[in-house]
Design a protein around this ligand. Sequence first.
Ligand code: GLC
Ligand code: CA
Length: 534
Amino acid sequence: MLNEKHKNFLGWNIYQIYPRSFFDANGDGIGDLPGVIEKLDYLKELGINAVWLGPCFKSPNFDNGYDVADYRDIMDEFGTMADMRRLIDEMHKRDMKLILDLVPNHTSYEHTWFQESRKSRDNPYSNYYYWFDTPPNDWESMFGGTAYAFDETRGQYYLHSYTPQQPDLNWNEPGVVKGMQDVVDFWVDMGVDGFRIDVIDQISKDFEGNRNCFGPRLHEFIQALFSREKTAHLFTVGECWTGELDEIHRHIHQDRQELSTLFQFGHLNYGREDKFTPAKGSLTQLWNCMRYWVKTMEEQDLLISLFTDNHDNGWMLERLGSKEYPYESATCIAAMMYLMRGVCFMYQGQELGMFNPHYDTIKEFDDIESLNMYRQLCETMSSVQALDKINFGSRDNTRRPFCWSGQENGGFTTGKPWIPVHSDYKSCNLEADLGSEKSVWRFYRDVLHLRKTHTALRVGSFEPLALRDASYCAYTRTAGDEQITVVCNFEKAQELDIPDACGEILLSNYGRKKKNDKKYEPYEVAVFWRKTNG
Ligand code: GLC
Ligand code: CA
């Protein structure tokens, strides 16, 4: 059985904000903390009760804030410490939780630790990073090229798993562990409720096994951060690219008091060769993957995180949705994913049913990963082909400004946005969606509302009805005598004979009234409710 702490997390409806692109309150073209505060009531209305805020600490922004120069101060463009205090207050006033993005694997090269470390081989910070006379292996940076850079001052190479401006911290040095504990405590004292931890699996490296992650001291480091009295109450979600069940078990089982949950990416990688190769996936693949993980993790008392989108991928609808049925396919995915048993994570803009934008020139892109990839691709293919791949896989797809209205720049800013807004902002924006009879936003609101009001949808057990490889998804959620049955038909209209699909209709994306109508339209969703003893 899940303990009370973890059960409570099943009721968190978390919304990921990419601060740079959410709302610009002062017209400089960059989203900011006052902008987030202005939109808290918007989130509340949607049914959100927790926010994961992307990194907002001082940073030279080589990787949009994932290169932190000072973990105790706010990035100039985003506002001030006073704004952060106000944000925490305003959120707590509304009964909302704040989850910060902690980046412990690397700092910015501008961080004082690195500035000191590079000075010599024997200063108090000299071992805070990984230094070598010659690169010890051929590890590559996640953004392309070697992971080792030469520093002229110190006359040695250092490890950077991401950009050269993001040197990896050496957690084997006690000062690093202590330093990061202090950072966590600083924010706990400020009142934050949890952390999303960036690439947590990489803070201990396995040099012997030639793996830049899952090193021998990983558990010890996670415990140093989160298994202390001061931090044991926090909600923590680690970003982790593994797919192995036992590995996951070892990091998030409630008895270990390490992490509350992990982001696993199995369902995003399904059916795609690599991130940048355009591929159409199928809802059947999504169902196969989720049905296994949701069930297995429930059986092992593990909390799964439910999500479709984040700031590191193109939109899921682009791969799994239908342009012919945009509303129906978006709502079908929403119901299928978020009525399952797990912690709910939405990404800003998802509630508008976003497909990827499209651009004819690389000039419209900003992200370091995309720009490096484009350069690399152009060595082996035409620029048109390369751009095709970038349009599909670029992280900028989901990083463009939130479209609040059809006004210039989608109503995101009165100035010039830091990156061009979505090419379809005139038709795909909040105002337009709310003005339409088929509002994806309202459907998401209804889904989140159901999670709030029905115990069965939060903590109830999950039982798949549809088999693997089915052309529809169906499952029940049961708590006590309350049973909810979710049916999501996929691409093609068909008749489905599902005995549990009976009782009252709680939710439909086709205005379904007749309960026992066996005919399901393309992407039709129907959610049924009944008491099993009455
Ligand atoms: C994570 C973040 C990504 C970032 C990287 C380096 O994968 O989600 O945006 O670039 O870590 O910090
Ligand atoms: Ca601004």
